[in-house]
Design a protein around this ligand. Structure first.
Ligand code: 4AD
Ligand code: MG
Length: 462
């Protein structure tokens, strides 16, 4: 049986016989023995292994033990004289799986820029920072499932291929198996999607919401958690072309209930990750952003601010900052506005509600003023929008007139309209950008560094 290094560092006792496997981070050679630090991805800290010269083939073996080598070590745990670790492993037997050339191995012992690490996406998981990110990411996913499962929400699997544009922003990737070469050669003027695989134009989904609504109309409380895709040509530190989204949808719920759930949800996830990855968060606090721990504390222990869009515009108009994008009622809030509200003014997450209908999607519930919709966005310090949600339009006639105004193809949404015909109920939901959550939690600057394999304009490597 092999042991994960995290368990050994937490619970290992002197005199225990164990076997570990992993990759060498560093080696130090002294006269009579050598130390190697081994990491298996289970924790930030490495396990120190001591190699005595009475091991078989000591000289040749130690020469091979470069950074990056994969190996298994069997031996006995001994009390460690070194600071910061209780035990170290005294090796009885070393088995090398894969050698690693010290000259060409891209991960040298110095600090590398995140940009450089992105170019070696196949190896960067072996660094401290990306390792910590991936463990926090995993803990966030675990927390999300636990939160919803504890509340009795059904996890539903919404499709990745769809024929509808939920957000209506036209940022769709087409899914097709047409032979474009042949179409070009035949000099056809138009692409005939009725000949395509699905007999119509199909896309990668931008959101699982519409299908989650279907499921909520049978199971009351559901959530979907999966990849979503946007052909948004924005090269920013907060946009990906492929990102994961968590979308709960609740029947018999209004905008107030939606906000309450979103706030409770974020608090739960932060608390969970603080408890399950303390070393990793400590690392982020020390190395990446010194506000990581105080930020987590702030999320867990303070109520979020709640304001309407109109109040937000008033606050922005009154403040002494000049913005690149001028502020007036009706504008879509830009990242600079969102960050000013969350970072400078409230210094905590802010929930903004009741946006103008003209800047929001067709499915949001029209308010009595006929000008605004029951939308809510949660704006977070350093991130801006982290959650977007709304109460949904449950009234058939109002929805139909919205769809007509926006010139959306009504026929393709027949089933969505049907739900308003047969047992319609008030309902609400939201979408959390999973990578933005991981950024928020870790203080990582660039969204490309919180997903294993980022997909961005002009980049689909690995
Ligand atoms: O605000 P959005 O577009 O909302 C929806 O898609 C709704 N259908 C959700 C719902 O009500 N069920 O996206 C939701 C969140 C944003 O707040 C943001 O955190 C994230 O998804 N997001 C992105 N994350 C990374 N890269 C992108 N290109 C993103 N676009 C949106
Ligand atoms: Mg949004």
């Amino acid at each position: 049986m092999t042991n994960r290094i995290i368990n050994i560092l937490r619970q290992g006792k002197p005199e225990q016989k164990i076997k570990i496997q992993g990759w060498i981070r560093t080696k130090r050679e002294l006269k009579e023995f050598a130390f190697i630090e081994v990491n298996d991805g289970s924790s930030l800290a490495n396990l120190q292994v001591v190699l005595n010269q009475d091991l078989p083939d000591y000289q040749t073996m130690v020469k091979r033990l470069n950074t990056g080598v994969s190996l298994a070590v069997e031996g006995e745990l001994v009390e460690s004289p070194a600071k910061g670790q209780k035990v170290e492993l005294k090796a009885d037997k070393v088995e090398i799986f894969g050698d690693c050339d010290a000259e060409t191995y891209p991960l040298q012992k110095k600090r590398h820029s995140f940009e450089f690490l992105r170019s070696i996406g196949h190896l960067r998981g072996r660094t401290n920072t990306i390792g910590a990110v991936m463990r926090v990411r995993n803990a966030c996913a675990n927390a999300i499932h636990q939160f919803f499962q504890n509340k009795g929400f059904l996890w539903v699997h919404t499709p990745i291929i769809t024929a509808s544009d939920c957000e209506g922003a036209g940022e769709l990737f087409t899914v097709s198996n047409l032979n474009f070469e042949q179409i070009l050669q035949a000099k056809k003027e138009k692409i005939d999607y009725s000949e395509d695989f699905f007999g119509r134009q199909a896309y990668l989904t931008v959101s699982g919401q519409l299908e989650a609504e279907i499921m909520a109309m049978a199971f009351e409380n559901v959530y979907t958690f999966g990849p979503t895709f946007r052909a948004e040509n924005s090269n920013t530190s907060r946009h990906l072309a492929e990102f994961w989204m968590v979308e709960p949808e609740m029947a018999f719920c209004d905008l107030e209930g939606d906000q309450n759930l979103a706030e409770e949800f974020l608090k739960y996830v932060f608390n969970f990750v603080l408890n399950s990855c303390p070393e990793d968060l400590e690392f982020f606090n020390q190395r990446i952003n010194q506000n990581v721990l105080s930020n987590a504390d702030n999320i867990i222990n303070n109520e979020f601010a709640r304001i309407t869009y109109t109040e937000a515009i008033n606050l922005l108009e009154k403040c002494d900052r000049t913005f690149e994008f001028p502020v007036e009622w009706g504008i879509d809030l830009q990242s600079e506005h969102e960050r000013y509200l969350a970072e400078q003014l409230f210094k905590k997450p802010v929930i903004v509600t009741n946006y103008p209908k003209d800047i929001k999607a067709f499915y949001m519930r029209l308010n009595d003023d006929q000008k605004t919709v029951s939308a809510m966005d949660i704006l977070a310090p350093n991130i801006g929008e982290i959650i977007g949600g709304s109460q949904r339009e449950e009234r058939l006639d109002v929805l139909e007139s919205r769809i007509a105004d926006l010139e959306i193809d009504r026929d393709s949404l027949w089933w969505y309209l049907d739900l308003r015909r047969y047992g319609s109920v008030p309902h609400a939901g939201f979408g959390l950008g999973f990578e933005r959550l991981v950024q928020f939690m870790t203080g990582m600057e660039n969204i490309r560094d919180v997903i294993p394999f980022p997909r961005t304009p002009m980049n689909a490597e690995f």
